[in-house]
Design a protein around this ligand. Structure first.
Ligand code: TXA
Ligand code: MG
Length: 317
């Protein structure tokens, strides 16, 4: 099917070179990753960073994730430690972000990290973004390609949904397979999970051979942007729902309401990984159907369910 948007481009060699030119100049492009689509810019240039914050209407206190092709490229920018090495070897490239201490001589523009002394780094797995990262001489600052506090985009058309024609280059890499943002793990001190994701706490504990302390209520928020309302579809969201009110969209697991227009299943066989990958797609589809409210059933708090509950709790905030 030919796409109807003039700013969405299928990936090929010509678009690869065009994207690199755009990024070299300090402009931005929307790129696919395995988690969600990102809004990418040269992490070493002030202009690129300024454009990203402005387009997203993102508060400048909320730092960006810096994306690299491999471990060799990070040595000038961050201080590597043993926990990082273990997790990198086991999980990268993949859907995980590490918070590390910034090197004094780091070239990352300070505004990309909200002037913090730490940096969030990630090695995405999607082959489109990897082929771009392989060819450029700088890392990419790349937050999710949505207006701040909205639901993240999981396909190229979702990016248009967010920014219309304000972004002139959106590279189409198909549907993002994971469908929710990367796990964020803080390694500057004792390891801590700042944002749950598809790579869960158990997996990280197993690799590091240690127990990660669960954050209690009093824990000081380390990711400034994670404090506020987030992942919002723009209409009220109610969680832990048991009964449909017969007018709101009802999100659930399983297939018992097949032919009812109010019901949206995240996974026909209640698979939580699949449910996570469908969550944003379903939220966006419901919003387009002009429902006034969304009810969501109780989601089991295990594995990918922990990440789903994190996102829907914020959406309901
Ligand atoms: O899957 C992903 O991580 C996607 C794709 C595009 O890579 N990116 C993404 O970026 O979700 P963003 O900007 O939407 O979320 C970044 C999160 C924010 O919650 C931010 O506060 C946190 O990472 N973060 C960034 N730098 C940090 C730092 N130095 N310390 C603590 N948290 C940080
Ligand atoms: Mg985001």
């Amino acid at each position: 099917m030919k796409n109807i948007y003039s700013n969405i481009f299928p990936f090929n060699k010509k678009i690869l070179n065009k994207t690199i030119k755009v990024l070299d100049k300090g402009n931005v492009a929307a790129l696919p990753t395995e988690t969600v689509y990102g809004l990418a810019g040269n992490a070493y240039l002030r202009d690129s960073i300024r454009r990203i914050y402005k387009l997203k209407k993102r508060p400048e206190i909320n730092p960006l994730i810096i994306h690299y092709h491999n471990i060799n490229q990070i040595v000038g920018d961050v201080i590597i430690n043993n926990s990082f090495k273990k997790l990198y070897l086991a999980l990268c490239p993949g859907p995980i972000t590490f918070i590390l201490k910034r090197k004094i001589k780091s070239k990352i523009h300070p505004s990309a990290c909200a002037k913090l002394k730490t940096v969030a780094i990630r090695f995405p797995k999607h082959k489109v973004v990897r082929s771009i990262l392989k060819k450029i001489r700088y890392p990419l600052a790349m937050p999710s390609a949505n207006i701040s506090s909205n639901v993240s985009p999981v396909c190229a058309a979702d990016v248009v949904d967010e920014f219309k024609n304000k972004i002139s280059l959106i590279v189409d890499g198909g549907q993002s397979k994971i469908g929710i943002e990367s796990t964020v793990v803080d390694l500057t001190n004792k390891p801590r999970i700042l944002r749950p994701g598809i790579i869960d706490i158990k997996k990280i504990e197993k690799i590091l051979k240690l127990k990660i302390k669960k954050d209690n209520k009093n824990f000081r928020i380390k990711s400034p942007g994670m404090l506020k309302k987030h992942y919002s579809p723009g209409i009220p969201v109610l969680i832990n729902q048991t009964k449909s009110d017969n007018k709101s969209a009802f999100i659930y697991l399983g297939d018992r309401h097949k032919k009812n227009k109010l019901f949206f299943s995240l996974s026909k066989n209640s698979n939580l990984k699949q449910a996570a990958s469908n969550l944003y797609k379903v939220l966006r589809a419901i919003k387009k159907k002009s429902f006034k409210k969304i009810q969501i059933c109780k989601i089991p708090h295990i594995g990918p369910g922990i990440a789903i509950n994190d996102r829907i709790k914020r959406a309901a905030n």
